[in-house]
Design a protein around this ligand. Structure first.
Ligand code: TRP
Ligand code: ZN
Length: 873
């Protein structure tokens, strides 16, 4: 029930719990509508808490059946129970045992938090505060308990029963058709890591022997019949286990590790101890249904959740303000893993693209917040790009600043000192300070201030002395100077200037400590082109006046692949920003196209994945962020279409040639590896530009690719290209695809998303029609994200239509979901985060829609929080 008034929780108000719960024994009898939960809690006063304080257990939507203390019924005036809490006014000031019985209706749980059913499977989601929807508890991450869980269910309904930890016992409940399983998790954990699963599931299994000699039974559990689609995820688990041993020295610590895929899930996946629960989108893959991007995401998310076993579970968070402690660090770890499994340079470019598209956008808008927020009304709204992505960048900077050896030693120290504890960002930094002897106080400020720092750089060459000086100035409004590692080098007309020397640059990195500084290189006979922020060594906005010719010199000669890509992007960005300011859609690609042509001739075949990235233009959102005010999405779309057309005309013959050279031999076996994926990426980037220049020829090529394709990547790319070319071929393709995959919801999601992103006025009507498609369901977050999310986040011209109809469509969805799944409603609403950048007419339309949402009575805390901050910021 939504009875609480929104209340702000502040970091500065943290105090330890007055009570601890050492052991939890749960007995959960699963039933579709009347699940009975018995919890036996070993409670004791916390020596660090207030003596004699009441015991205030959290609850959310709970129905109390019975409560006993040390085997005695409690007197009615000894406690107060409501759906949102159970309070013992004067608990004993010694250890005691509390037995609490609650009753739940998992089938009615549409929020997908706590215990719910997904496609007939019982499952749980307890992060951040869902455990309190299962039983009354001290539902905070600094209360760690050892759990024993008995799960009972109808054998026919739920033959598979999984819990945290190791299995200890299983059997029948005689004469009832029911059976049970008992699981014991020896590692103390906070309630948010609790999980159980019960259902009819198929599985694939293997074993992994850890470096400590423990034999682990690894299982991936999916809907029966889909077992072969779980093979890639299972392999990714094993590779993650091995990698974490080799790179971070972390071994797995239980006898079993289970992954379960469910089809209704609010987020990507969840790292419950020994029982990771996944959105099935991030487990299931087959050559027929999954794209190369799907395989890469599965690998990354499997790794992410597995890595949480140390960064999050063994070392957990003291409170939710420390969320980045586990999320930022674990994203850093999964990024390193993916970089080792694939191409590091290509992966880094992808990471930075998402960082800039999502985190920089968030940081520039009304929802900006520090990586460690100081206050929140609803914690579920803080699982953000800032906490995750910028949080990972801070860890990466720490590694760059300290160097490989001290960083590795600091990680070891962090795990050793905090194992079994609920830690803070301070504990994390203290480990690195201890091993390196460095003072990290200034660096710690990266966690505290919202906004993206600007880094302005100027270069001056002195021919007489053969010196080159770079002056740096950083600026973060209302923030201090932040220590920034700036990886850099100098490039000349024919390659890297290796002779240039500067004693303030160590291992290719200059650290800007204060607000401004300047460094001078000696032995620079010619005016160089500086290559700054190599590998995107700090999450800042770099501002340096540089002409296109110099940027294209970097594309040609920079030894840093990230900056080569970035050079091409920045030339494209300049062209697109300029063109967006004019009404003329004709564009000249000129020297940019010539440079790309030379680049493709020299390198496309040796590194197609990288070439595909160099060829792809900044997105419409990136261009909008660059323009930043008075944004007209139609003008941006026109400009981008114009540049794609110009590039396609200039490079057409070459692109067609590349498509032929990179084609798979007919009948070649499918492989999702990075090299094969790279070839597909370049072929499809080429087709996109060809079609932009010559829609008729492009449509024919795409139609043929759609019929002949052997992979979902190629089929979907063809459909995406066709979707931009109005006409009969498009409708044929869309209908055919929809029929072919009518029984594949995850593939239909891609189909929904492509149609929702069509930049045409008729898209609103198309979406209205698709909402009535038999496979669409407002109760399933993947479906909603595919149709409505893809529209709001991926179709800027139609979402931000001048008549406000796009905004209204999103508002309708938010209204429809607010009562059933407020987390998803709030997430969708964040699409309004850039509304203030829009030109006044569109901004006014957005404001009107937001104000209408704000005035809805009984709005969920989730949506009220987002709408309030979006309007205020
Ligand atoms: N901890 C999860 C992760 O690995 C995040 C998560 C999964 C989550 N499900 C959630 C957060 C539901 C809030 C609500 O990133
Ligand atoms: Zn995570």
């Amino acid at each position: 029930m939504r009875t609480e008034t929104p209340q702000t929780i502040r970091l500065e108000d943290y105090r330890p719990s007055d009570h601890l719960i050492d052991r939890v024994e749960l007995d959960i009898r699963l039933d579709p509508h009347a699940t009975r939960v018995e919890a036996v809690l070993a409670v004791r006063p916390n020596p660090e808490g207030v003596p004699g304080a009441p015991l205030a257990l959290d609850g959310d939507d709970l129905a109390l059946v019975a409560v006993e203390l040390d085997g005695q019924r409690l007197a009615p005036d000894a406690y107060a129970a409501s759906p949102s809490g159970l309070i013992l006014h004067a608990p004993p000031q010694r250890p005691f045992v509390l037995r609490v019985e609650t009753r739940l209706d998992p089938s009615a749980n549409t929020k997908l938090m706590g215990l719910y059913r997904s496609g007939g499977v019982y499952c749980t989601q307890c992060e951040a505060d869902g455990f309190r929807r299962i039983t009354y508890f001290l539902d905070r991450p600094d209360v760690l308990s050892v759990y024993t869980t008995r799960i009972e269910a109808e054998r026919a309904e739920a033959p598979v029963l999984l819990g945290n930890g190791n299995p200890v016992e299983a059997g029948d409940v005689p004469g009832t058709g029911r059976h049970f399983a008992v699981w014991h998790d020896p590692h103390p954990k906070p309630a948010y890591l609790f999980a159980l699963v019960g259902g009819n599931l198929g599985g694939v299994r293997t074993t992994f022997t850890t470096m400590e000699g423990r034999e682990v039974a690894v299982g991936v559990h999916v809907e029966p019949g889909k077992e072969e689609r779980a093979a890639y995820a299972l392999d990714a688990v094993v590779r993650s286990m091995r990698w974490d041993e080799e790179v971070f020295g972390r071994a797995y610590d239980l006898d079993v590790f289970n992954v379960v895929a469910v089809s209704d899930f609010n987020m990507g996946a969840m790292e419950n101890k020994g029982l990771n629960i996944f959105n099935d989108k991030y487990v299931l893959a087959s050559p027929e249904t999954a794209t190369d991007a799907d395989y890469a995401h599965i690998e990354a998310i499997i790794a992410h959740e597995y890595f949480h076993n140390w960064s999050g579970n063994r070392v957990t968070c003291r409170d939710w303000f420390q969320l980045c402690l586990k999320e930022g660090l674990t994203v850093f770890r999964d990024q390193e893993f993916s970089s080792d499994m694939r191409s590091r340079a290509v992966h880094r470019i992808g990471e930075v693209r998402t960082l800039r598209a999502r985190q920089f956008t968030e940081d520039a808008g009304p929802l900006a917040h520090p990586v460690r927020p100081r206050q929140y009304a609803e914690i579920n709204n803080f699982y953000t790009a800032t906490v995750y992505e910028k949080g990972a960048e801070i860890v990466r900077m720490l590694k760059t600043l300290l160097g490989e050896a001290d960083f590795g030693a600091g990680m070891e120290r962090y795990f050793a000192d905090n194992d079994g504890r609920a830690a803070t960002v301070e504990d994390f930094l203290a480990a690195f300070a201890a091993v390196s002897g460095r003072d990290l106080a200034a660096f710690a400020q990266w966690y505290e201030h919202p906004g993206t720092p600007k880094l302005a750089v100027e270069g001056r060459h002195d021919a007489a002395s053969a010196r080159y000086t770079l002056s740096f100035r950083q600026d973060l409004p209302n923030g201090p100077a932040l220590p920034m590692p700036i990886a850099l080098g100098l490039v000349g007309a024919s390659g890297a200037l290796d002779g240039a020397v500067c004693e303030r640059v160590r291992d290719g990195v200059f650290v800007l400590e204060g607000e401004a500084d300047a460094i001078t290189f000696a032995n620079v006979p010619e005016p160089p082109v500086p290559s700054l922020l190599r590998g995107f060594s700090a999450p800042v906005r770099l501002e340096m006046a540089m002409d296109d010719a110099d940027r294209l010199t970097l594309l040609r000669h920079d030894p840093d692949p990230f900056n080569r890509w970035h050079a091409a992007q920045s030339v494209a960005t300049r062209l697109l920003v300029d063109a967006s300011a004019t009404a003329d859609a004709r564009m000249e690609a000129g020297p940019y196209a010539e440079a790309l042509a030379a680049f493709l001739d020299a390198e496309a075949l040796s590194d197609p994945a990288f070439a595909a990235l160099v060829l792809s233009l900044p997105g419409e959102g990136d261009i909008a962020n660059e323009i930043a005010r008075n944004v007209d999405p139609d003008a941006i779309h026109r400009a981008r279409t114009g540049l794609r057309r110009a590039l396609g005309s200039a490079l057409g013959t070459r692109l067609a040639g590349l498509r032929d050279s990179l084609a798979d031999a007919p009948g070649a076996p499918f492989s999702p590896d990075a090299a094969s994926a790279g070839r597909r990426a370049l072929r499809n980037a080429a087709l996109d530009l060809i079609a932009a220049a010559d829609p008729e020829a492009g449509a024919a090529l795409a139609e043929r690719q759609l019929t002949e394709a052997a992979t979902m990547t190629d089929r979907l790319a063809a459909l995406g290209i066709l979707s931009l070319i109005p006409g009969a071929a498009r409708e044929r393709a869309v209908d055919g695809f929809g029929e072919r995959y009518a029984a594949e919801p995850l593939v239909l999601d891609k189909w929904f998303a492509i149609q929702a992103a069509i930049p045409e006025e008729a898209t609103l009507a198309r979406i209205a029609r698709l909402k009535g498609h038999p496979a669409f369901a407002m109760t399933n977050p993947n479906r909603v994200r595919a149709l409505i999310g893809a529209f709001a986040m991926g179709n800027p011209t139609q979402f931000a239509r001048a008549d406000g109809a796009g905004f209204a469509l999103l508002a309708d969805t938010v209204r429809a979901l607010d009562g059933t799944n407020p987390q998803i409603a709030a997430k969708l609403l964040t699409a309004f985060g850039s509304w203030r950048m829009l030109e006044p007419g569109r901004a006014a339309a957005a404001r009107g829609v937001l104000e209408a949402i704000r005035s809805i009575p009984n709005l969920s805390r989730d949506v009220a929080d987002i709408v309030g901050r979006t309007l205020a910021g």
